[in-house]
Design a protein around this ligand. Sequence first.
Ligand code: PEP
Ligand code: MN
Length: 347
Amino acid sequence: MIVVMARGSTREQVNDVVARVRGLGLDAHLSEGEERTIVGVVGAPLPPTLDEMLEVHAGVEQVVRITKKYKLSGWDFHPQKTRIRVRDVVIGGDDLVIIAGPCSVEGEEQTVETARAVKAAGATMLRGGAYKPRTSPYEFRGMGRRGLEILARAREETGLPIITEVMTPADIAQVGDFADVFQIGARNAQNYLLLEEVAKAGKPVMLKRGLSMMLEEWLLAAEYVMAQGNPDVILCERGIRTFEPSTRNTLDVSSVPVIQGMSHLPVFVDPSHAAGKRALVPALALAGVAAGADGLMIEVHPSPDHALSDGAQSLTFPEFAALTPRIARVAGAVGRRLPVGEALAAV
Ligand code: PEP
Ligand code: MN
């Protein structure tokens, strides 16, 4: 249920409604827009007469029951697009955000060198896995804490904020000491206890789409984070499993506009894990931007043939540098900007 406060309602009136809701043992989430405030009421079961109870409060304009399952991530509760600030980077604004970096952190030189190269080509955030979910237990599973320290070093060198995956509640505190944004991988996208715990760390969470997740299930996973009082969720389409073996996954380009019609959360596209092959990454990246994505997450490695994970889909530095000006042009065509990319394209 949402309580739409009247234009010009006072802070006290909003607080009264919130206190009433919490007094009933329910949760209240505020969405403060430029024009008006909306109080989202979640909890089960909602008392049958709750509408009447809240309608009579001073400053309340309207009480509306939301019948959709996704409540906090949907437009009804939050009529403005969510913008998330990560250090100097704004996600979900006019500027396209490119996150780039290796699949796995493999060493200091590899990571810092990659951070410098992707920054010079227009990336504004650095990715890199220290805890890697691998399909086979016999493959490289990440450097762990040392990997996090290396990411922090690369941030110091370049100023790029870092995003890295957390796989288990036991690692959240440690990963949170280093990461600017937590990544929840496709394999953990419906690990609800992990989602609730990571939410409590109070940093933005990028939620990859699960291997076979329907869009509503994806938003319901986001609700697990948001219901803990953390509104800063970024969705990331990274391809889904289909019958088609010529790509690693099938990039569901349509998920971008469809989910944007359902939700105010920013949506990224990860062309690397969708493609599985480096040659396909540019086309999928451009398609994601053309479809309206708020950003891209792209794997880049100094020597992909020697990468310890996902080398086949990682771009070289020159390939990444050749791609960003093209991304900037497509971004411009759909009303977004990639500032550094534009500057580079003009050179
Ligand atoms: C990754 O980003 O390296 C990764 C493992 O992604 P996903 O969870 O989408 O497979
Ligand atoms: Mn990877």
